[in-house]
Each structure stands twice: as C-alpha cells, then as structure tokens.
Ligand binder design. Structure first.
Ligand SMILES: Cc1ncc(COP(=O)(O)O)c(C=O)c1O
Length: 376
C-alpha cells in the first residue's frame, strides 16, 4: 500500500528535500515524505493531466463535500458540503485570511513555530507578538497566561497550529476551549492551520478548532498528509456563509490561486485516501517508537515530549551540543535547526521521520554518531 521512494526516485519526486543537500547527505529536514503518492491521488492526477491543464471551474470542484465526508468519518465532525473556499497553498490561505478576513492589529504567534508563520505576519504588515514556550516545560502547552497578556495588550488575531508543528502536540478539546474563551473575552479572531490533523497518531484525539469556536477561520489541505505540496489545492473552512461569499468574491490576484490539479488531488485524497492514510499512520507510529527507543538507548540525555501527531519530531539535544543540526550535517545528516523555529533557541532539532524504516535507522545512526563525538 505505501510505496517507498528509492534515493534516485526521491531526488526526482522531491527536488527540494533531496536536491538541496550535498551528495551522500541524508535529508530529514523539510516536511515531505519519502513516499510515492497514494494510488487514488496518482490516478486522479494522471486522469486530470491526460487531456489538458485548464483553469479550475468556478465553485469548489467537490472539495468541500469530499472534506466534509473525511471530517465526519475521522473526527465525527458534521460540516456542510459548502463550508470550504478553495485556495492555493495553506500559507497563501493564511495570508488571505489575515488580509481580508481579520481585524487590523497585532497577531499572536506561539513559538517555536513553523517559520512562515512569522513571515506571513510581516508580509501582511501586522505587528508580530510571540509567546514562547519554556523549553524546560514538561508538557508543551498553549501558555494561556502568556496569550492572555498578549490579548490584553491589544492583539487582535491569534495564529493557531493544530496539531502543532514543530512541537507535535495535539491540543485537547479543553485546551482549545480555554483558548476560544480568551479569544471571545478579548475579541480576538483565531486563524487555525489544521494541515497536520490527518496525521494525528494513535493515543491522541484531534479536535477541529471550529467545533469550539465557530467564528474562527480554518485553513487546511490534504497536501501534507498525502505528500503533494506541488498541486496547490488548499481550502479555507468558514462557517459563516456571508464571509465565504466575501472570500469567493475577492479579486483574482488576492485569491492565492488554486489549480484544477490541486482540486482533483484533494478530492481524491479526502474521498478515497483512507486506507493509504491508515497505513501511513501505522508507519509513523512505528517510526516514532524507533526514534524514542534509539534516543533512550543511545542518547539518554536527549529530551523529547511525546510525539502526538505529524512526522516531525522536536528533540532537545542541549545536553550534547549547542548546534546539533550543524554537527549532524558534518556526519551526513540534514535536520532542521531549532533556531529556525524559535530564534535564539539553542540545542534543538526537528527530525523528519517520514521515510522507510531502513533509512530512518541510518538517519538515527548518523545523529547518534555525530552527537556522541561532539560530546566526547
Ligand atoms: C503548519 C504548516 N502549515 C503550512 C505548511 C505549508 O503548507 P503549504 O505548502 O500549503 O503552504 C506546512 C508545511 O510544512 C506546515 O507545517
């Protein structure tokens, strides 16, 4: 069911992840998986390109109905079929939401964060207010006290990552309700990026943010969980019909154009991708266990909170090295430096686990070798 890419195939299929490293370096950085497309997605795309590649039709091409089916089957969330407005990429959708749907004023971004979260706030010309997680905290929380301080000081929008990249947390319903209550109290709008939701791993339960705060603007896409960022077909999920109309009526250059290929791929993924996704989640569950076991046995001073979702592990290696990503690179492994996610934060890395078990063993071997040498 899952089809692993060979190194040669990966260099063609994933030009950024595999092309942006020196020969011989294993890439475990950018969030892409070393897997071929799910068969239903591949078939939909081949069908779509066989005769042409035109503009998408007006409307959502069935994306909303396919997503509503997925949301109901996976999360018991009943959404109307017309709740989605297509957009291109998730980050483009967030930019659109901030510019066209959110009040002016400062935007709160918890850190560590996916780096474009900070960039998008700058791009739309808003003030950025960060709320930083204490790296020594046992549990990664939303730090609602810090959030409330930011709201009380005048922030108008909160950018939520649910589940969280890079912390790997799946925020609980209670945590999200508490955030929603604060947002209501201070009249703050929440924009929620839920791109990682289908990658919730066994043991955790994903709560769609709109089920606790129906005023939020959600942006999501099948692109992350089905490994297809090339085929722009993301979606805004908005529960207010008038607001959806406003979003649909935006002039073309403001819309972050989506593609007919993205819509075809997204519909196939949401509608026909369950079996593939189940196999993927099983693989990721095994891989997170392999990582945890390896760290416990080989790098016992490494700290990692439970990985509840995503294939991106956030590992605290301060006990071994101030710049473990640079050290790993010297040993043939590219991981993402923690400072990208929280400037000034030393000693953390984000490791991409979405690969074959054999390649993951090699990745971990290089990480262990590098850090042990550095510490000795
Ligand atoms: C939280 C989050 N949002 C958005 C994206 C990127 O999505 P897109 O390429 O559709 O902008 C990523 C990619 O890793 C991500 O982790």
């Amino acid at each position: 069911m899952l089809r692993d890419l060979t190194d040669d195939q990966a260099r063609t299929a994933l030009p950024l992840k595999w092309g942006d490293v020196e020969p011989g370096v294993l890439p475990a950085w950018v969030a892409e998986m070393d897997l071929r497309l799910a068969e239903p997605v591949e078939e939909a795309l081949v069908r779509a390109v066989r005769l042409g590649a035109g503009y998408p039709a007006h409307g959502d091409g069935g994306l909303g109905a396919a997503f509503a089916g997925f949301a109901d089957r996976h999360w018991g969330w009943r959404l109307p079929d017309d709740a989605c407005v297509p957009t291109g990429s998730v980050m483009g959708g967030i930019r659109l939401a901030l510019e066209a749907l959110c009040p002016p004023g400062p935007v709160v971004v918890p850190q560590p964060c996916y780096p474009p979260f900070r960039d998008v706030v700058a791009v739309v010309g808003r003030e950025l207010v960060t709320v930083d997680l204490d790296p020594d905290a046992d549990v990664a929380t939303l730090d609602l006290e810090g959030v409330e301080r930011a709201f009380a000081a005048g922030a108008r929008t909160y950018l939520l990552c649910n589940p969280h990249n890079p912390l790997g947390r799946v925020w609980t319903g209670a945590e999200l309700e508490a955030l929603a209550a604060l947002a209501r109290r201070y009249d703050v709008r929440v924009v929620a990026d839920e791109i990682h939701a289908p990658l919730t791993l066994p043991g955790a339960t994903f709560t769609p943010y709109l089920t606790v705060d129906e005023t939020a603007a959600v942006v999501t896409s099948a692109s992350k969980s089905f490994n297809m960022p090339a085929v722009h077909g993301a979606q805004l999920v908005l529960l207010d019909e008038a607001e959806r109309e406003r979003a649909r009526a935006l002039p073309v250059p403001a819309q972050n154009a989506w593609s007919a290929l993205g819509i075809a791929a997204g519909v196939a993924a949401w509608r026909d991708g369950d079996a593939w996704l189940a196999a993927l989640v099983e693989r990721l569950d095994d891989n997170r266990r392999l990582l945890a076991d390896t760290l416990a046995a080989e790098l016992p001073a490494a700290r990692m909170r439970p990985l509840e979702a995503t294939y991106l592990a956030w590992v605290d290696l301060r006990a071994y090295d101030d710049d473990p990503a640079a050290t790993a690179l010297l040993h043939g492994l590219r991981v993402s430096p923690g400072g990208d996610y929280q400037p000034g934060l030393p000693g953390h890395v984000r490791v991409n686990l979405a690969t074959s078990p054999a390649r993951l063993r090699e990745i971990l071997q290089r990480l262990v070798t590098g850090l042990r040498r550095s510490a000795s």
